[in-house]
Design a protein around this ligand. Sequence first.
Ligand code: SF4
Length: 316
Amino acid sequence: MTKPRLTLYLAAPRGFCAGVDRAIKIVEMALAKWGAPVYVRHEIVHNRFVVDALRDKGAVFIDSLDDCPDDRPVIFSAHGVPKAVPAEAERRRLLYVDATCPLVSKVHIEAERHHANGLQMVMIGHAGHPETEGTMGQLPPGEVLLVETLADVAALAPRDAAKLAFITQTTLSVDDTAGIVSALRARFPAIVGPHKEDICYATTNRQAAVKAIAPKVDALLVIGAPNSSNSRRLVEVARAAGCGYAQLVQRAAEIDWRALAGARAVGLSAGASAPELLVREVTDAFAARFALTTERVETATENVAFKVPRVLREPA
Ligand code: SF4
C-alpha cells in the first residue's frame, strides 16, 4: 500500500536550552567526580526520559533535603530553589551544587535588588511551579505577590501602589505576558520592571518558531512533559496562532495517529527540556507511516552556553 504524503515542518530552535544542557552536565559531572549516589532535589529538568537516564547512572531524585544523607552531594534543579534550601544545606554542611539556570538566578537578583530598594514585588508566574516557588522564596513571605491572570492584576492589593516592581517566570507565553504587563503598568503607573519581561531567550525563540509554523500546518506536536511549563506554552502558542490541533506528547508512543489521519502538513517542536533523541524517535514514527518530506523552519540561531560551577571543573 502506498503511504500518504506528509510534510513535517521541524521548528528551529527547539529542544534543549543552555540552562537544561548545563543542569544535566552538572549531574553527570558530579557522578563522575564523586561517584554514585548523587542526590538531586526535584527533577533536574522536567523530562522523564532525562530523569530516568540520570537515575540509571546513579542519581537519586528527592523532594526534600531531609531525604539526603549528610555524607552525599546534593544538586539543586535548573528551576531554582527558595533561599531556605541552600541555607539548610549549609547548616547541615552538605556538599551541594546549584544547577539553577543563570537566567533564573538573574531574576532572583532583580527581586533582591528591588526589595533592597524598598519595593514590593509582583511576580507573573504559575502557582506551584518550582521556578515560581524558588523565585518567591528569595524574599520574605508577603514580599512577592503572585499574579497569573488579568483578573489577578485587577484584584491585586499591594502595600503601597507607588512602591512596586514586577518580575516574571522565564517560561511564560510572550504574548499573554505582554497583556498582563500592560495591565500592571496601566493600574500601577509607577511600577518598576524589566524593559518587557524576564522570559528567557530559549522560551522566546521556541515560541517564535512555533508561531511561524502553526498557520501552515493541519496539526502541530510538541515533545515535552505535562509538567514542563515552556512545553505547554508552545502548545498554547500554536493554538493561538490558528493551528486547529496542537498536542503535547512525551514520546512517539503517545501520538494519536487517528487524529492525524488526512493531515498533509504537521509541525513538530520540542520543549527546552526534551532531548533531540525524542525528536528523531517521532520523526522516524512519521516516516514509518507517511511518504515524508521534512522541512526545517528556522526563525533564530542560538549560540548560548553556560559554564558549570567551578567545583566541577576542578580535579577531585
Ligand atoms: S528555559 Fe530559559 S530559563 Fe529555563 S533553563 Fe532554559 S534557558 Fe534557563
